[in-house]
Design a binder for this molecule. Structure first.
Ligand code: B1M
Length: 219
């Protein structure tokens, strides 16, 4: 796991080249692309967030760490795409309206792709109306909403309400996540599930697809 320690250090100092090299070495040593994310990038970005909270890091450090992860994703993405035969399901993923945070959402998307899901990533600051039109166009089984601000969490509720008003709510399972989101909040807005980490989001997506298949077979 030395390569994952080097990857972590490279992300912490925002050295994209070193991060990409460490990730390449981890892959060559037999670490799976999913583990590079779950055991390398994800905890490193969690640590970057923590250092920011503690006043050790400032916005520039955050942004160069995030940029370093992008260089690693560029290597991982084609490998993750190779994994599955039939997609495990289609997930429409985005950060809700008013919210520009995408590091966690991107990790969730990459982990889902690694688990064989087809991910349609709408990006950040996505209004409820865009979710509605994208559900109509893409026909996902799951909609994943990410929010990092307490002020944007209510946009999750608005999005669920918009899906309901458009008659689409029963056609999709909705999962929510992001640092301020809790199971209790997810329950209070009528979401189908909450994931506290990218790994949990993958497990949740699998179980939601299972639930949806069971409901469909009951007619
Ligand atoms: Co912002 N920011 N930020 N920020 N930022 C927070 C969230 C904050 C807690 C920092 C603080 O002040 N202590 C605070 C929110 C406070 C609150 O809401 N009460 C905050 C603020 C205030 C702001 C601004 C308003 C600052 C300002 O301008 N005054 C501004 C808002 C911009 C906007 O969105 N409109 C802002 C801006 C930024 C940056 C642009 C500088 C940058 C974002 C860069 C980017 O994303 N491209 C940034 C960052 C990086 C952070 C912190 C430091 C780190 C977030 C992060 O990436 N964490 C954050 C503090 C913190 O969380 N410690 C903070 C790492 C990431 C891997 O974790 O995103 O939690 P996370 O994702 C996890 C899980 O939550 C989960 O899986 C991921 C991996 O395990 N998960 C899901 C996430 N989405 C999921 C979806 C799922 C399931 C699981 O299902 C669909």
């Amino acid at each position: 796991m030395d390569q994952l320690s080097s990857l972590r250090e490279a992300i912490l100092i925002g050295d994209g080249g070193a991060a990409a090299r460490a990730a390449g070495e981890a892959l060559a040593a037999g670490v799976s692309p999913v583990d590079v994310i779950a055991e390398g990038i994800s905890p490193a970005m969690g640590e970057v967030g923590q250092l920011f909270e503690e006043g050790e890091y400032f916005v520039p450090e955050l942004l160069i760490a995030a940029r370093a992860t992008k260089e690693v994703f560029a290597i991982l993405r084609p490998l993750l795409a190779e994994t599955g035969a039939r997609p495990a399901g289609r997930v429409l993923l985005a950060t809700v309206e008013g919210d520009l945070h995408d590091i966690g959402k991107n990790l969730v998307g990459m982990m889902l792709e690694g688990a064989g899901f087809e991910v349609v990533d709408l990006g950040v600051d996505i209004p409820a109306s865009r979710f509605v039109s994208a559900v109509e166009a893409e026909r996902p089984q799951i909609v994943g909403l990410s929010a990092l601000l307490t002020t944007t969490m209510p946009a999750m509720k608005t999005t669920l309400e918009a899906l309901d008003a458009a008659g689409l709510r029963s056609q999709v399972k909705v999962m929510v996540g992001g640092a301020p989101v809790t199971q209790r909040y997810a329950d209070s807005i009528g979401a189908d599930g909450y994931g506290d980490t990218a790994t949990a989001a993958v497990e949740l997506a699998r179980s939601l697809i299972g639930r949806q298949d069971a409901e469909a077979s009951q007619g």
